[in-house]
Design a protein around this ligand. Sequence first.
Ligand code: ADP
Length: 171
Amino acid sequence: MSTQLDLVQGDITQQDVDAMVNAANSSLLGGGGVDGAIHRRGGPEILAECRKLRASHHGKGLRTGHAVATTAGLLPARHVIHTVGPRWSATEDRTELLASCYRESLRIAAELGARTVAFPAISTGIYGWPLDDGARIAVGTVRAAAPSVVEEVRFVVFDDRAHEAFARHLS
Ligand code: ADP
């Protein structure tokens, strides 16, 4: 079955989905933007699981382009999938790392049996990735993903500019 791609403007933490993707940083211990909102609304259970991951499999933190799942705590989702986007670089092409965030998150979502997955525009905030290019990579990578149990991927963007960028690439 092919995955349906949707676009919503709003706050990702309010999405009623099976899995919510967090634009995390490698520490897994919280940050600003989406990360801050997820931990704020999700409550301490998510951070507690992240700390356990740091104490076990991810002692050095989560690598860029990789993804890992935890509980969603108080969020209206079953799982949070934390992925670490690359910082934008003007001198190095990090496209493959950003694509990997979407691919790996989707792979884990499918493993968890998630049918609906919400993604933020990874790396386009604090990490400085140009919005239009971030949207192009997001949409292209999800479209190219292998068929799986994931029925809906919902891109959840904050502002008008991001909405326009994603709408352009989705059309
Ligand atoms: P990164 O560090 O990967 O750049 P950010 O969280 O700073 O991640 O931003 C990623 C994108 O998510 C940006 O486009 C930002 O405007 C947007 N954003 C920030 N907070 C939220 C939120 N609560 N829901 C949806 N999108 C958000």
